[in-house]
Design a protein around this ligand. Structure first.
Ligand code: ADP
Length: 236
């Protein structure tokens, strides 16, 4: 369970997040939406412990993530907006390196890598150098990295960016398949795809969560229309 309580953050004098509060339970896929520049990436960077908030608390499994950042990161999968992969490494050696970095016991690493390769359907390129892969395959590698150790918290920034229709479909299936025991928080712009994936939308506006839209019992058109209205400030 990820609990985000009263987060505020400014870049110098620029106040971006004023008071952000929400929680994401295991099995939930929470999508943060909002206009460009509203602070979605900043919020995910804070949830990834890359940037510390000015105030507020974030707890994972009841523990303050900034008090125990190493323990938290061991159980965190994070897909950055522009993932930085080691282009000279092969897919398999990169995933092995990442698993070792997070302190996964040696005897489990091979199994975890095999699972991630299968889930992301990249077994065939596991011995290829990352730098030579297409954009879509690199993104799959970055997603494999994010889900590698079955993390309790998964953060996916601009998850579908640059992916074609088939790849978006595959990415949705991957995320659904790993979400059962994880709290997933993601951002993106492809509303129709996100509406098929997210269990809840949170609208970020003026530094706060201005609306929470549960997707249960709504169809995609209704979901997209409610988000549109919330972004325009219309109460529905
Ligand atoms: P979003 O992901 O919603 O598009 P961001 O979190 O990237 O928004 O950015 C929120 C605001 O903070 C924007 O106005 C952006 O220009 C500003 N910003 C982002 N990163 C920095 C930075 N490193 N220094 C100063 N301002 C920044």
């Amino acid at each position: 369970m990820l609990e985000v309580c009263n987060i505020a953050f400014s870049y110098g004098a620029k106040e971006v997040l004023k008071d952000v509060t929400f929680a994401a339970k295991p099995g939930e896929i929470v999508c943060i939406v909002g206009n460009n520049g509203v602070g979605k990436t900043t919020l995910l960077k804070i949830l990834a412990t890359i940037t510390a908030p000015d105030s507020g608390v974030i707890r994972a499994e009841g523990q303050d993530i900034f008090k125990y950042p190493l323990k938290y990161r061991r159980n965190l999968g994070y897909l950055q907006e522009s993932p930085a992969l080691y282009e000279d490494m092969t897919v398999k050696s990169y995933l092995k390196y990442r698993a070792m970095l997070k302190g996964e016991p040696e005897k489990r690493i091979r199994r975890r890598i095999q699972e991630a390769l299968n889930t992301c359907n990249i077994q065939e390129v596991m011995h290829q150098t990352i730098g030579k892969l297409s954009f879509g395959l690199k993104k799959r590698v970055a997603i494999a990295d994010a889900i590698l150790l079955r993390p309790r918290t998964i953060l996916l920034d601009d998850v579908f960016a640059g992916l074609d229709r088939t790849m978006r479909f595959d990415a949705k299936e991957i995320i659904k398949s790993v979400s059962a025991f994880s709290s997933v928080v993601l951002t993106g712009h492809e509303m129709t795809d996100l509406a098929k994936l997210a269990t809840r939308f949170l609208v970020l506006s003026d530094g706060r969560i201005s609306a929470s839209i549960s997707t249960e019992s709504l169809n995609e058109i209704e979901i997209v229309s409610r988000i549109d209205n919330a972004l325009k400030g219309v109460v529905s």
